[in-house]
Design a protein around this ligand. Structure first.
Ligand code: FES
Length: 104
């Protein structure tokens, strides 16, 4: 299992566990993490799964793909560490991942 910590804009922290192969968005939605709305169901079309990767994890998570990059350009409050959670595949190397739910 992969241990993920979602941090809300108010500092509230929630740990979620997921199997490898799911996306970060799926892990958040299944656990009912507030702020991970995923209105497009993971089609990289809504940006309502916007998260900011904790600085300690940016290199391991990697950069956005080209389609994701275009959508992130439209997001207010974009951060250099912004990712769309539906585009982040969970793998064992991400065990312990910390992400911040983007403020709205
Ligand atoms: Fe819509 Fe990620 S769920 S862009």
């Amino acid at each position: 299992m992969i241990d993920i910590e979602f941090v809300q804009p108010d500092g509230t922290r929630e740990r979620v566990f997921s199997r490898e192969g799911y996306t970060l968005m799926e892990a958040g939605v299944r656990a009912g993490v507030p702020g991970i709305l995923a209105e497009c169901g993971g089609a990289c079309a809504c940006a309502t799964c916007h998260v900011i990767v904790d600085p300690a994890w940016v290199d391991r998570v990697g950069p956005p793909n080209s389609m994701e990059e275009q959508l992130l350009d439209l997001v207010d409050l974009r951060d250099p560490a912004s990712r769309l959670a539906c585009q982040v595949k969970l793998k064992q190397a991400l065990d312990g991942l910390v992400v911040h739910v983007a403020p709205r």
